[in-house]
Each structure stands twice: as C-alpha cells, then as structure tokens.
Ligand binder design. Structure first.
Ligand code: IYR
Length: 219
C-alpha cells in the first residue's frame, strides 16, 4: 500500500475549537443560505471570485481529474447575451416543456421566464463539466465530482457573505456557444454571485427543512 508514490499527510487541518463547536459555526452560516433572485449590482472584486473558485477547486474528484471549468463572467455584454439565451429557454420551459406537477411545485417560488438577475448580478459563474480531460484522457464520476465542487463553491460564497443562485436554464447548450467553450466542456450549473438587495424577498417555503430524523438514518 505505502509506496514511493506516497508522502506523509501534509498540513493536516485541526480545528481551533472542539469539533461540534466548529460544526455549529459552520452550520449557522450554511443554514442561513437562501437562493436569491433579487441581486443588487454591488461590485464583487475579481479576487473574491478567485477565492471562491480556489475553494471549489479543492473538491475531491474521480482519480483527481478535476474535470471542471469555472467561467466567470462580468462583461455586461456577455451577461446580456446569456440572459437572452436563458430567457428564450425559460419561455419554452414555462409554456411547453414543464408538466403540470412541475409547474405546481414551482408556484411557491414565484419564478417565471424573466431572469433580470442575469444582467444585474456582478458575476455569473458558469460551471462546465469536462467530458474528458483537456489532453483527451478519461474522467470518472463526472457528475459527482463537479457536483461536489459546486457545493463547495456555494458554501464558500455563503461564508463570505455573498448570495448565490443555482440556476439551470435547460437545455444549457447556449452557454457553451456564447462563451466559446470547446466541445468537451458541457454546461453544468449557472451560478449568479453577488449581494442580495436590501429588501430582498425569498419564498417562505424555501426556509423549511425536513427534520433530521427524516433525512438521517442510523444503523
Ligand atoms: N429553470 C427554471 C425553472 C426552475 C426549476 C426548478 I427544479 C427550480 O427549483 C426553480 C426554477 C427557472 O429558473 O425559472
């Protein structure tokens, strides 16, 4: 098992407080995260976005292939094109693609095909999954890997006091076209990042969490 490919576990993290205290602090930040659709245009520095990507990029991935690309858009012209493309897909979604159950489930969120936040939020981070490495090599557990990286991105943004939305205008192929990405990069998630407006409203239903004993089983 231990071979010359191995090094001693470097720089192990030890929390400065007991585990449950560290977790309570982390949980307090996470539990107050809300998906936000009412963004202000308050600027977020590029260096902050770099930190978010750095955090996401610590994610584990199948065979450590790191099969992700984070395309961070602040150019107003590009954001406008993304909004146009997303709203075109969303109009189809609300008019035709979504079935009745889906529309009923979405009703409490008050969403429609207008996506103003796509031009207002200072950054749109478009996460792409790489169908193969840039060198053509295989990748493994692609969705799991990119999903974990996105989760870490969202947690990092929350820790920094930033608001995010997990937006999935579907299908998302238009994002690869607008951003000029190569064919092996497939859009995975569109994450607007910024600050919520002062009088931001969120759906009451989005605050509820099922009790722990419904989501956790101990055997
Ligand atoms: N993509 C659409 C619809 C939508 C779907 C789900 I599932 C949501 O949780 C929220 C919205 C939209 O963004 O309006």
């Amino acid at each position: 098992m231990v071979s010359s490919n191995f090094v001693p576990f470097p720089d192990r993290y030890v929390p400065p407080v007991p585990p449950e205290q560290a977790l309570a602090t982390f949980h307090d930040a996470l539990r107050r995260r809300r998906s936000v659709r009412m963004f202000s245009d308050r600027w977020v520095p590029r260096t902050t976005i770099e930190w978010l990507v750095r955090c996401a990029h610590t994610a584990p991935s199948g065979a450590n292939k790191q099969p992700w690309r984070f395309v961070c858009v602040q150019d107003p012209t590009v954001k406008a094109r993304i909004r146009e493309g997303a709203e075109a897909e969303e109009r189809e979604f609300y008019a035709r693609r979504a079935n009745d159950e889906w529309l009923t489930d979405l009703a409490p969120l008050g969403t429609d095909s207008t996506k103003e936040f796509l031009t207002v939020a200072p950054w749109l981070v478009v996460v792409f999954q790489l169908a193969h490495g840039d060198d053509g090599s295989q990748v493994y557990y692609l969705k799991e890997s990119v999903g974990i990286a996105c989760g870490m991105f969202l947690a990092a943004a929350q820790l920094a006091g930033l608001s995010t939305l997990t937006h999935t205008p579907s299908p998302m192929a238009f994002l690869g076209d607008i951003l000029g990405r190569p064919k092996h990069e497939r859009p995975f998630l569109l994450i607007p990042v910024g600050y919520a407006i002062a009088d931001c409203m969120v759906p009451a239903k989005a605050i509820e969490r099922r009790p722990l004993d419904e989501v956790m089983v101990v055997v």
